[in-house]
Design a binder for this molecule. Structure first.
Ligand SMILES: *[C@@H]1O[C@H](CO)[C@@H](O)[C@H](O)[C@H]1NC(C)=O
Ligand SMILES: *[C@@H]1O[C@H](CO)[C@@H](O)[C@H](O)[C@H]1NC(C)=O
Ligand SMILES: *[C@@H]1O[C@H](CO)[C@@H](O)[C@H](O)[C@H]1NC(C)=O
Ligand SMILES: *[C@@H]1O[C@H](CO)[C@@H](O)[C@H](O)[C@H]1NC(C)=O
Ligand SMILES: *[C@@H]1O[C@H](CO)[C@@H](O)[C@H](O)[C@H]1NC(C)=O
Ligand SMILES: *[C@@H]1O[C@H](CO)[C@@H](O)[C@H](O)[C@H]1NC(C)=O
Ligand SMILES: *[C@@H]1O[C@H](CO)[C@@H](O)[C@H](O)[C@H]1NC(C)=O
Ligand SMILES: *[C@@H]1O[C@H](CO)[C@@H](O)[C@H](O)[C@H]1NC(C)=O
Ligand SMILES: *[C@@H]1O[C@H](CO)[C@@H](O)[C@H](O)[C@H]1NC(C)=O
Ligand SMILES: *[C@@H]1O[C@H](CO)[C@@H](O)[C@H](O)[C@H]1NC(C)=O
Ligand SMILES: *[C@@H]1O[C@H](CO)[C@@H](O)[C@H](O)[C@H]1NC(C)=O
Ligand SMILES: *[C@@H]1O[C@H](CO)[C@@H](O)[C@H](O)[C@H]1NC(C)=O
Length: 700
């Protein structure tokens, strides 16, 4: 304790000594430069007290001021934001100033002061958003040591970019965006061979071609020319071999995308959106772009021309290319077998020309913004086996012609705005395995024709051809599976390899009325049935027990009435059951697996009772063997009868087992001896096993 105190006191003394005795002796600031800074400050209106620290003798410690720690000269001046007034020429006294940054101040709309051109030693000049206007003084041409120059966010009055910037040979970063420059990008900028970033976005530049043609800026990594008025063809950028970021958004480039873009092997961001580009975008455009992360070609008139099994060399983290309307020109791809446009931002109607895709096997358009009706011509795609248009904004009715697509196995119309009734023609799809019409606005009764669904009715687990259908091959001959999202046990998941094993019907969240059709019970091979959240009435079909393979059954939120059929208990595969919020009544069939579901599976049915819900009234009153008084607190009826059975078998078991063995032992000595020897052996064996298990478990 004492030594701690001593150390603390010593420490305090040292600090006091430093502050009061050494004090000024530490000052590095050169007085002449301090006065220059104060003079600079006096020209400014500092409404927010930003320069309040600019008082002490030690100017090197003022906010925004940095000095050389060997010579004490001011090397950096950064006064960023919220000052107004005049830039005093006293800054010329700062002969060693290398870094001058005055961004986001308001210098009243005057031109950049000429004297700045005399600060030849400057390496970094940042005058972004300083409310400068007019022409840029030619004196700045003298700043040949500049490494970075930022004049963005000023108003240089629609004048051209000064040619003399091309003489600042050391420049690595040049930012001139949003500064009201017009005309051509001067070819002289092509002399800036050290340039790494050039941003000229948000100006009124009309041409970049003479700059790009004359230059080979091999170190240029970032080229921003978005939001200008550049027109003509996109120039050949092959000489810009270090480009990682190329942005030409919102110009007026015409013609097709040059193949030379595909040579820019370091490209990570490519934005050509909002131009007047047309023609084909092919695989060769991307041949060397294996680093591409963001690609935007939207709002042009481009057509994607890539083969089905194209394996792009890149993996995008953002991919807004298909923000677009799907072009109506599919007649040009008569051999297309598999089309996946899922999870994009496509909108508009599904084109009629899809009808020309006579070889089409799978059409996946899940998760877009498609609207309108399913196009009539789609009925011509007679080979279709999978159609997934879930999660769009499709309207109209489910077309009757869907029944003509006889090969169909997987239909997903989930989460659209379809209305009308389920057409009976749908039952012509005898090979159907998945029929998901959930979350629409379908009304009227469910047609009673589900005995037609041969695959769902057949005990044969898979439809043989579905296996080959689900497989395709990529360029390298590797097996590839097509994906589709389907709802399974309340979760939307992707299915690929095992798609052919899925057998489900989901009509949930519609406005369907009437009874559950009797023919449902024919679907003996179904895995999952979801009819929840409709307005179905009537009984649960007694034959439901025939659907032996149903693993998940959701009939909740309807107006089903009557008893729960006992045959429901015969479905041994049942893992998920929800009968809640109906008008079901009577006793839950007891002594079955129906008791293994939690009470909420039966909740919201006023007339329903029995385990796992509270006891039925008649059971409360009925006396029984172990509970002669019919006590209300007694265990549930079903478990009582179960317990009775157990008790009875125990009694008989005891009599026959115990007395059978003991009786024999009493009578025969040799049996007695061998029995107890065997017990010893079993005991030893058990001991060793348990010890081994325990030590193994501990190690883990
Ligand atoms: C002084 O400057 C040099 C070079 O700029 C730097 O490496 C060093 O860390 C500085 N020393 C102090 C005490 O700031
Ligand atoms: C620029 O300065 C002019 C003249 O003082 C003033 O009218 C204008 O509001 C300023 N503009 C900005 C963006 O500060
Ligand atoms: C600075 O540039 C101007 C105009 O380009 C020129 O006349 C002048 O001689 C230059 N001054 C210095 C010190 O180089
Ligand atoms: C650009 O400069 C012209 C000419 O001074 C002027 O009329 C125009 O308003 C400026 N545009 C912008 C966006 O500042
Ligand atoms: C700078 O570029 C211009 C135009 O591209 C060219 O004519 C000139 O020779 C170049 N100057 C230097 C010093 O490289
Ligand atoms: C773009 O170029 C086309 C063809 O040259 C022209 O018709 C159109 O007006 C231009 N659009 C703009 C916004 O400059
Ligand atoms: C579509 O998006 C969903 C949800 O983000 C995702 O689970 C699924 O894998 C995507 N499907 C495809 C084909 O990209
Ligand atoms: C399709 O279904 C309708 C209505 O159920 C039926 O009249 C028609 O005969 C069926 N067509 C074929 C080819 O099975
Ligand atoms: C559902 O369809 C009915 C007509 O059957 C229509 O009146 C109603 O507006 C639709 N609801 C929605 C949410 O689209
Ligand atoms: C079931 O499969 C067997 C052998 O694959 C086949 O012979 C039989 O016809 C199939 N039955 C049905 C109803 O498809
Ligand atoms: C049935 O569908 C409803 C709504 O469409 C969904 O919330 C629920 O998870 C599904 N249940 C099962 C068991 O699939
Ligand atoms: C059954 O469907 C309803 C709504 O349609 C849903 O809220 C519920 O969670 C589903 N039950 C199960 C067990 O998934």
């Amino acid at each position: 304790m004492i030594s701690d105190k001593r150390i603390a006191i010593k420490f305090l003394l040292v600090i006091l000594f430093r502050v009061f005795v050494l004090g000024d002796a530490q000052v590095r600031c050169i007085e002449r430069e301090r006065e220059a800074l104060l003079s600079f400050k006096s020209g400014l209106v500092d409404a927010y007290g930003i320069l309040s620290s600019w008082q002490s003798n030690e100017c090197c410690e003022w906010l925004g001021v940095e000095c050389s720690n060997t010579t004490g000269h001011v090397t950096t001046l950064k006064c960023a934001a919220n000052l107004r007034g005049k830039i005093g020429s006293s800054l010329l006294e700062l002969h060693h100033l290398k870094h001058l940054e005055l961004t986001r101040n308001d210098f009243g709309g005057i031109p950049i002061p000429e004297f700045i051109g005399s600060m030849k030693q400057l390496q970094h000049l940042h005058l972004k958003s300083c409310n400068f206007s007019g022409t840029i003084p030619p004196q700045l041409a003298n700043l040949t040591n500049l490494r970075s120059l930022d004049l963005s966010g000023n108003d240089f009055g629609h004048f051209p970019v000064p040619e003399f910037i091309g003489s600042m040979k050391q420049l690595q970063h040049l930012y001139l965006w949003n500064s009201n420059f017009s005309g051509i990008v001067p070819p002289q900028l092509g002399n800036l061979t050290n340039l790494r970033s050039l941003d000229l976005s948000f100006n009124s530049l009309s041409s970049v071609s003479s700059f790009i043609r004359g230059s080979a800026l091999e170190s240029l990594e970032i080229l921003g020319l978005s939001y200008n008025q550049l027109n003509g063809l996109i120039p050949d950028l092959r000489a810009f071999s270090s480009l990682t970021d190329l942005r030409l958004r919102r110009n007026n480039f015409t013609g097709s995308i040059p193949l030379s873009i595909g040579q820019l092997s370091k490209l990570q961001i490519l934005d050509l959106s909002y131009n007047s580009l047309e023609g084909l975008v092919s695989e060769s455009h991307f041949i060397m772009l294996d680093k591409l992360k963001s690609l935007d070609l939207s709002f042009n008139s481009l057509n994607l021309d890539t083969s089905l099994n194209w394996n792009p060399p890149f993996q995008l983290s953002t991919y807004p290319l298909p923000t677009a309307v799907v072009p109506n020109c599919w007649e040009k791809m008569p051999n297309l077998g598999y089309l996946n446009l899922a999870n994009n931002s496509f909108f508009g109607e599904i084109p009629q020309s899809f009808g020309n895709l006579q070889q089409l096997v799978a059409l996946q358009m899940h998760g877009n913004g498609f609207s309108g009706e399913l196009p009539l011509n789609l009925r011509l795609c007679q080979g279709l086996r999978l159609i997934d248009v879930g999660g769009n904004k499709l309207t109209g009715e489910i077309p009757t012609w869907i029944g003509q697509l006889h090969e169909m196995q997987f239909v997903n119309l989930r989460r659209n705005k379809l209305q009308g009734s389920i057409p009976p023609e749908i039952c012509n799809l005898t090979r159907i395995q998945v029929l998901d019409l959930s979350i629409n606005n379908l009304s009227s009764i469910i047609p009673d024709c589900f005995n037609n669904f041969a695959i769902l009715a057949s005990k044969n687990v898979t439809y043989v051809t579905s296996v080959t259908f689900a497989t395709s091959y990529d360029i390298n001959g590797n097996e590839q599976y097509q994906y589709s999202s389907f709802q399974w046990k309340g979760k939307e998941s992707e299915y690929s390899k095992n798609l052919h094993l899925l057998k489900l019907i989901d009509f949930s969240s519609n406005r369907l009325t009437g009874n559950i059709p009797k023919s449902f019970s024919n679907m003996r091979n179904l895995n999952s049935l979801n009819l929840s959240r409709n307005s179905l009435t009537g009984y649960i079909i007694p034959d439901i027990g025939k659907m032996e393979t149903v693993n998940s059954l959701n009939l909740s939120q309807n107006q089903l009435s009557g008893k729960i059929p006992t045959r429901l208990a015969q479905i041994h595969a049942l893992g998920v059951l929800d009968l809640s919020n109906n008008n079901l009544s009577g006793k839950i069939p007891s002594g079955t697996q129906l008791q293994s579901f939690i009470a909420s599976a039966y909740a919201g049915n006023d007339g329903l009772c029995g385990n796992p819900l509270p006891k039925c009234p008649e059971d409360r009153l009925r006396p029984s063997a172990t509970n002669p008084g019919g006590n209300v607190n007694a265990k549930d009826d079903s478990s009582l009868s179960f317990m009775q059975e157990v008790a009875i078998s125990m009694v008989f078991g005891f009599i026959f087992g115990f007395w059978g063995v003991i009786g024999s032992f009493t009578l025969k000595k040799s049996w007695r001896i061998s029995f107890f020897n065997l017990l010893d052996v079993i005991g030893d064996w058990l001991y060793v096993r348990i010890a081994l298990f325990v030590s193994k478990w501990r190690r883990n």
